[in-house]
Every structure is written in C-alpha cells, then in structure tokens.
Design a protein around this ligand. Structure first.
Ligand code: AMP
Length: 419
C-alpha cells in the first residue's frame, strides 16, 4: 500500500479529501477550526514536496447550492493556517474548476466548492415528491447512481493522485470518499496523516490488544450501542456500562429506577447481553449507586442512592461515588482502554463528576503505559471539557466512522485505499 511519507508529490497534483465540515456562527466565522488544523500536516507535506493540492470537502447538509454552506467562508482561514493564498472554485464541477485545477503550479492550493452541492457526491436522489411511488424512487436512485459515475470521474480527472484524510466520512461510500479511488492505481492513492493515525488507533484496539482490555460504554441508549457492545464482548476483559444505559440494565435486573431514562423494549436484550458476557468470561461492570435528581435540570435537588433504589419522581443523571471508585479501579488496572460516551448528563455541570472521574482514571492508566482511545462525539467533548485530551493516547475525530470500525464493519473510505 502506498503511504504519504513514501510518496514524492513533486510536480504532482493531489486531490485531497478532507473534512472541513466546521461549525460557523451567523456571520460565517469559524467557531472551532480543529478539523482544518487536523488536515494541515497532510497539506503541508504535499506542498513541501513541491506538489499542488486540490481540496475537496463537504460542509453541512445542503440540499443543493446555497450561500449558507459555501466553503468560500472558510477559504481565508485555510490560507492563514497554511501560509499560502488558497484559490477557490465556485463550483466543484464545470469549466472553472477544471481550468483552475489544470493551471495549478507546484506549491499552489485550490479549494473546491462544497461537494455536497451535488446529489452525486452522496449518490442519493434529491427533490423527490413526498408521495413518490416506489418505482419513481427506484428510477431516481438509478439516475443519480448513473450520473455519480461522471461526477466521480470528473473529480478524479483534476489530479494525479488521491489522498483521503477525512476519517469522519470514511464510513460513507460517497464519490469523493471512496468511489474516486478506483480511478487511481494502488501507487497513486493513499491515506493522509490524520487518516493513517485513526486507522492505526482503531487497529490497535481491534487487533493488537494488551490485556486487560476495558471498554467504557456510556451515552444515552442501549439501542444505539448494541452492535458495538456485541462486537466488544468477544474482545474485552471488562465492559463498563455507564450513562443512561445503566437504568435499562438495572430495571432488567429487577431494580427500581424511578424516572430514570429507560428503554423498556430492551430489557430482554440487556439480560441477553449479560448472559453472553458471562458465557464469554467478560466482566460486566455495572453501576451500584447513582446521583439522582428531582428534575432534568442542572439546578435540580440531588442525592446519592443505591442504583436499584431510585424513588419515583427522581431519575439518575450520573453515577455515584461508590461506582466511580469501582470503575476507576478497573480502568487503572487496564492496559487497553476504549471510552465511548459519558457516564451521565455531562452537559449539566452538576452531573459531570462521574465522567471526569472516568477520564482521570484513563489518564492515570495511560501514564502507566496503557493505550487509551477516546472517541464518539460526546466523550471527546468530555475530555476536552475537562482538559484531559493530552493525557490519553488518542482522541478520534470520527463519530459514526469510529463506532462502525469498532463494530467490526469495513469502512468504504478505508477499503478503497487498502484494496
Ligand atoms: P450518546 O450520543 O448515545 O453517546 O449519548 C450521549 C448523551 O447521553 C449525552 O447527551 C448525555 O447527556 C446523555 N446521557 C448520559 N447519561 C444520561 C442519563 N443518565 N440520563 C439521560 N441522558 C444521559
């Protein structure tokens, strides 16, 4: 497989798929440029070699061309960060993009307009009437898949090589994230540095495990985590169940959970997971106490109670001190750690304690030589909120992509390069 380090970009044009899907305020100022910064090493390597860069990205979920989701808003910031005046093509297709790409000189950068202004990027039909028949839907799907081929070919025609540095969209078989790779031979397609790091971190968690391996699964619902939990049961030594999921498990085990969040249709599933864990010799670690609140609010009245004895009118919004201690002990004794999802409603300052304790235990274990991977939206927000990001081995930029990789699924964006 080709690697970015081994490839000499001198005199070459590289199509680089990045994830510049950054948050913008109402005046189109970037409020968090982490994703742009994350792609800089890749862009700088190409320019440093004497290559030129054609940047492709999406921004938001546009249904067609719209000023709100134009990448022109971020052009100047990318220029500043790169130290190179970035050119802009008002359309990722058409004459302008082709002419500007063809004229690019070594050291120059062209940013293409939002790829998702075209339905062909995602390959999903748009503008279908709500009452469209199944036949109409199928015909529209077929039509967009057909035109997607031309769209993809056109993007590929701008460049001599393809670099994918957009881990956040690696689980999507879109034109610029996966399909485009078929137009480049194996020596002319590669991961960017960010993607390389993500793939390495995931592989380490899935295939190169130092034991004990502990996964901490938090967040709100069992239903959204079920596939990951099942896959992890054949890999981990300890599986810590935290967050809102706690109460579905607790109720399934006969506990009284008051008004805590619970998926009543998943009680059997919770018991099944416990049985499977037992059969596989996995130590399922469940909460024993909870910090409960009399309303879903930061200024609610609170108390600590055993997790199986939550009074009516009260709900568990975080783990209690006993549970923190149990979780932290397991984490501190681990050599591989995966954290996905907070232990409670960490958005409320009064219910962050458990998540912070978990984060701190992970940092401690990491100091003692463990490999720790934190990923999936909210746990990343947690480690950032508590200033712990530097103390863990790797913070993934991928939400859905990371979770699907851990579920054991093949990600199209990765497969397209590795094939
Ligand atoms: P997820 O996206 O599934 O990882 O869920 C993250 C969300 O779970 C966060 O917004 C938390 O506020 C929420 N959450 C965690 N613990 C609880 C809880 N005990 N009750 C309600 N929501 C929770």
């Amino acid at each position: 497989m080709q690697t970015i380090d081994n490839f000499n970009f001198a005199g070459k044009k590289a199509f680089v798929r990045v994830d510049f899907n950054v948050p913008l305020d109402e005046n189109f100022n970037i409020t968090d440029d982490t994703r742009i910064r994350a792609a800089l090493p890749t862009l700088k390597k190409i320019l440093g070699d004497g290559g030129s860069v054609i940047i492709g990205s999406h921004l938001g979920r546009p249904k067609g061309p719209t000023d709100k989701f134009s990448l022109k808003h971020i052009k100047n910031h990318v220029s500043e960060l790169l130290g190179v005046e970035v050119q802009f093509a008002n359309d990722c297709m058409g004459e302008e993009a082709a002419v500007k790409a063809a004229a690019l000189q070594p050291g120059e950068v062209l940013l293409l307009e939002n790829l998702r202004f075209y339905a062909e990027e995602e390959g999903k039909p748009r503008g279908l009437a709500e009452d469209a028949t199944e036949e109409e839907k199928a015909a529209a799907k077929k039509a967009v898949k057909e035109s997607q081929k031309e769209f993809t070919k056109k993007l590929a025609s701008y460049a001599d090589c393809y670099v994918n540095d957009a881990f956040g969209t690696a689980h999507r078989a879109h034109a610029s994230t996966a399909l485009i790779a078929q137009y480049f031979d194996k020596d002319h397609k590669m991961f960017g540095y960010l993607m390389e790091k993500e793939v390495k971190a995931v592989n380490r968690i899935l295939n190169d495990i130092q034991r004990p391996f502990t996964a901490i699964m938090g967040g709100s619902k069992v239903s959204s985590k079920i596939d990951i939990i099942e896959n992890l049961l054949s890999k981990v030594d300890n599986l810590i169940i935290a967050g809102g999921m706690t109460y579905t498990f607790t109720k399934a085990l006969g506990g009284h959970i008051g008004n805590s969040i619970c998926e009543n249709d998943k009680l059997d599933l919770a018991l099944e997971l416990l049985d499977k864990a037992k059969a596989k010799g996995v130590n399922m670690v469940l909460a024993v106490d909870a910090k409960i609140a009399d309303k879903f609010s930061n200024d609610a009245n609170t108390q600590f109670v055993p997790v199986k004895e939550i009074p009516d009118g009260w709900g568990g919004l975080d783990i209690g001190p006993e549970t923190e201690k149990i979780f932290a002990d397991v984490i501190r004794n681990s050599k591989t750690i995966l954290w996905n999802g907070p232990t409670g409603v960490f958005e409320f300052d009064n219910f962050t304690h458990g998540s912070r304790a978990v984060g701190e235990a992970i940092v401690e274990a990491t100091k003692n030589g463990a490999f720790s991977l934190v990923g999936g939206g909210d746990s990343v927000a947690c480690v950032n909120k508590f200033g712990l990001a530097d103390g863990v081995s790797y913070v993934s930029t991928g939400g859905g992509a990371l979770l699907e990789a851990i579920e054991g699924k093949t990600l199209p964006g990765i497969a397209a390069i590795e094939e």
